[in-house]
Design a binder for this molecule. Structure first.
Ligand code: SF4
Length: 401
């Protein structure tokens, strides 16, 4: 991949010289089924050339058609004129956690910025090494969760299938020289995946196709803040993907504040749709909760979440909030998270306390892109803080009644 900035976070970003203009050539990694073979045969070349291209795209994470040296020069030129070998124009990477977490900021053809994160989990007794990549599905996000840096950026556009897949290929290209491989992919980066459901599903299919990237479907997690039509769409093909619901609060009044989409898709309906997904796929649903000090970590919230999830096929992950600029909130204290987890477990709900990765490199989704965006005016930040404080206090008062 054009990696002039890879591994050199001090380099300026190569933002497109044509902001807003799109490259009309589709990305090779986003082509479905027989599209490439059909194109190659229409170009008068034998079908086996498509297999050769696939080998470069999927087997070698190729980012430049000119590296596909087993193809005739004329075919390389024709493919390069019709397709992009890589839809990510440039990538810069920051390292944290002693090299175990790396975060990439990718520039797209129209100058938009998206992020992906690699989290390495070294082998332990009885467990193989895991290399988990967290990828973006949209540039910006329309949902606007107030604890999230991406939410602050607002919605910019949906990513193409190839732009989603190429984030994973970038990391695979970086891991391969050390004999490593991407083992898990989670759609938990920038954007609400199920508001770009068709392309996310196409990307997941490419990543799990044995003829393409070849990940096991059980190693793919698709998260959502609760887009019910998307959950239903996902269930149609009965994939073995893990569904992760960003819950953050079980009480509707508080969830309205933390996940504004709750006003459109209420939490009870979201959990019912997720339970249907669990029934039809046989896969336990993962519920995520970012833990915010004094806001959603109260005993009343723990009891409400326990009531909501008890008896369901569910696993809860409690994650201390990553500090994000412009919010009035802080991460929950460890003892409060432990107490919250104890309440859930007492109700029979499997619960894990996760630790944050990559705080020093801004690994919370949207933080790197937010650094590149113009800072909001101080009075706008103050207004937003006051608004959030008022809304969250009202939700807390309601819980105490
Ligand atoms: S947490 Fe997810 S859904 Fe909410 S604003 Fe951020 S990216 Fe969007």
């Amino acid at each position: 991949m054009p990696d002039d900035a890879i591994g050199r976070p001090d380099l300026p970003l190569l933002v497109s010289a044509r902001p807003g203009l799109r490259d009309p050539r589709p990305g090779l990694s986003g082509l479905a089924g027989d599209e490439l073979r059909t194109w190659i045969q229409a170009a008068g070349e034998p079908a086996y050339r498509a297999r050769q291209v696939d080998d470069f795209v999927w087997g070698r994470s190729a980012s430049d058609v000119e590296t596909m040296r087993t193809l005739p020069a004329a075919l390389r030129a024709a493919i390069g004129a019709a397709f992009r070998a890589d839809t990510l124009v440039s990538t810069s990477v920051r390292e944290g956690d002693g090299g175990l977490t790396e975060k990439a900021l990718h520039v797209l053809d129209d100058g938009r910025l998206i992020e992906s994160v690699l989290m390495r989990y070294p082998a332990r007794t009885g467990q193989r090494e895991r290399n988990t990549v967290c990828i973006s599905s949209q540039a910006g996000c329309a949902v606007g969760c107030p604890f999230c840096a991406t939410g602050e950026l607002g919605f910019q556009r949906d990513l193409e299938t190839a732009e989603i897949v190429d984030q994973v290929r970038t990391w695979q290209g970086r891991l391969a020289p050390a004999g490593r491989r991407v083992s898990n992919v989670v759609f938990m980066g920038m954007g609400e995946p199920l508001l770009n459901a068709e392309r996310v599903i196409a990307a997941a299919e490419a990543l799990t196709d044995a003829q393409r990237f070849g990940l096991g479907a059980r190693h793919v997690t698709i998260s959502t803040s609760g887009v019910i039509p998307g959950i239903e769409r996902l269930a149609i093909d009965r994939p073995q993907y893990t569904l992760a619901v960003s819950l953050h609060a079980a009480r509707p009044a508080l969830r309205d504040v933390l996940v504004p989409l709750n006003r459109r898709y209420p939490v009870l309906d979201v959990v019912a749709a997720a339970s249907d997904y669990a029934r039809s796929t046989g896969r336990r649903v993962s519920y995520e909760s970012v833990m915010i000090d004094g806001i959603n970590d109260t005993p009343a919230d723990a009891e409400a979440m326990a009531r909501l999830l008890a008896g369901r096929s569910a696993h809860v992950n409690l994650i201390p909030m990553n500090p994000v600029a412009h919010t009035p909130w802080q991460p929950s204290r460890a003892d409060r998270i432990a107490g919250f987890a104890a309440t859930l477990r007492a109700a029979g709900v499997a619960t894990t306390i996760r630790r944050n990765r990559g705080i020093e490199i801004g690994a919370a989704c949207g933080q790197l892109a937010a650094e590149q965006a113009p800072a909001p005016a101080p009075d706008a930040v103050q207004r937003r803080r006051r608004h959030l404080e008022a809304e969250s206090s009202a939700a807390l008062v309601e819980a105490a009644r």
